[in-house]
Design a protein around this ligand. Structure first.
Ligand code: SAH
Length: 456
């Protein structure tokens, strides 16, 4: 088969990236926008490493798991690659994606993956929306999302992953840019001012932060932008407006410097009875109603007894640390982003939690020094690339009884579990948690216990 050729394919599974998987004469073919059970006529778009990548021309038999009412941009916008799939099927597929990674990458053959913990609200759940800005064919500013695998902007008036408040602020910001002929940043030329609109909402307090990232040091008519954003009627209260200075050619969402235009440079949210301050640069789980359940699942897996020393590596603003502190003797959190550590310290103080301390630095640099603290439980919640090998090696020499690994990437999770299980740990439980409905992303909570006879 060659690029451009047509074939009929039956979709039998879903790959980690969200594409449907079928076979043509024994070779694997990946087809986005499909469900298990689809029979589709496809066209081959390209061939890579012996696998075909195709596009649906028409469905000959559509799977019962299809839905067509989620979003008009389904298929063109790269935001939600499971928008076409009913929610129950998404849960089943995510469990399978985790099981496949654990088996194929981790080499575990007899591990039962638990059912995916469903999200309480499978739409309009995102508390953070980052809208890239671009221009339409007339050169006017627009905001929206990128098409799959590209930086072509798909303008969107509203996105069903986020609250309508986020869309309302985007629309107001775009009108402002148009009326004042503010230029929009173009990646190819690196010219133009406005780059992205970042909106963060605190569900429990209804506080909101809006940040405009710019390729420059100032914004013309900024007072008017502030007033216009403040005048937008939403269920949220705008308590923070900032400019973010982002002149680098990289893909990072935010540049390193913020300029406060209105209110505070953080918002406050409440989770598990604790109040959290969150800065623009700090990581905060995007699905608030499901976050408490994620943390509770992690805490339950640790079954803390009240007296132990606990390590929270990759602690962000100290959320898991505070949840764990209630049930432990002492908690030490480690995090690399200075604003997040600042938030974490304030959060502990403001909530009256005294048995926690926070250390700024890379987990891989700090973990080796923490062996002397003799932690018996370690929470490990790294970014998508997984834990650094040095951090894992330090964990092994520290030899905590339990490791609770919280992961947003089954592939790097499986890789790291393979390493830890080769070094004296056994994989006890793995629970997928759906933090990201309508996308193929899946979070997992994992319990590892140190084998009784493992040597250090
Ligand atoms: N446990 C937190 C944060 C998890 S996200 C929560 O649930 O909110 C992962 C965190 O790891 C981010 O805050 C990121 O800034 C931090 N991080 C990334 N690389 C790191 C490293 N090498 N060492 C320590 N922290 C790191």
């Amino acid at each position: 088969m060659q690029t451009g050729e047509k074939a009929v394919v039956t979709i039998t599974g879903i790959a980690a990236g969200g594409d449907g998987v079928g076979r043509i004469h024994g070779a694997v073919v990946f087809v986005p926008g499909t469900c298990r059970g689809d029979v589709a006529e496809i066209q081959i778009e390209y061939v890579k490493s012996g696998c075909f990548y195709g596009r649906v021309l028409r469905f000959l038999e559509a799977s019962k798991h299809h839905r067509s009412d989620f979003c008009d941009a389904c298929g063109t916008c790269g935001g939600c690659n499971f928008a076409h799939m009913d929610y129950e099927e998404q849960r089943i597929v995510k469990r399978q994606i985790v099981a496949d990674a654990i088996e194929r990458i981790g080499g575990f053959h007899d591990i039962e993956v638990a059912e995916t913990l469903a999200a309480p609200r499978p739409e309009r759940y995102r508390n953070k929306m980052v809208f890239p800005l671009g221009t339409d064919q007339q050169g006017r500013p627009v905001g929206g999302f990128y098409a799959p695998g590209s930086h072509d902007l798909i303008p969107l008036a509203d996105c069903r992953q986020g609250d309508t408040a986020a869309s309302a602020w985007l629309s107001e910001a775009v009108s402002f840019l148009r009326e004042h002929h503010v230029s929009v940043y173009h990646e190819a030329t690196r010219k133009g001012l406005a780059r992205r609109l970042f909106v963060r909402l605190a569900e429990a307090t209804h506080q909101a932060m809006v940040v405009l990232t710019i390729n420059g040091d100032s914004l013309p008519h900024q007072e008017e932008l502030i007033n216009r954003l403040l005048a937008v009627k939403t269920d949220y209260r705008l308590t923070s407006v900032m400019l973010n200075i982002h002149k680098e050619a990289n893909n990072l969402l935010l540049g390193s410097k913020n300029k406060l235009l209105y209110g505070k440079d953080y918002i406050e949210d409440i989770l598990g009875g604790f109040s959290f301050r969150i800065s623009a640069h700090s990581f905060y789980q995007v699905n608030s109603p499901q976050t408490e359940r994620l943390y509770q699942t992690a805490i339950d897996l640790a079954s803390l007894s009240g007296g132990e020393t606990v390590l929270d590596l990759y602690c962000g603003i100290g959320t898991i640390s505070l949840f764990a502190a209630k049930h432990a003797g002492r908690v030490i959190g480690v995090e690399v982003v200075p604003q997040a550590i600042e938030n974490a310290k304030e959060n502990a103080e403001r909530n009256g939690v005294r048995n926690v301390e926070f250390l700024l630095g890379k987990a891989e640099d700090i973990a080796p020094e923490l062996k002397k603290e003799k932690p018996s439980v370690v929470f490990l919640d790294p970014p998508r690339k997984g834990a650094d090998k040095k951090a894992l090696e330090a964990l092994v020499t520290m030899a905590p009884e339990k490791i609770v690994y919280i992961s947003c990437n089954p592939a790097t999770l499986a890789r790291d579990l393979k390493f830890l299980c080769g070094e004296g740990y056994s994989l006890e439980k793995i629970i997928p948690v759906d933090m990201f409905p309508n996308t193929s992303h899946v979070e997992c909570c994992v319990l590892l216990c140190r084998n009784e006879h493992a040597s250090i």
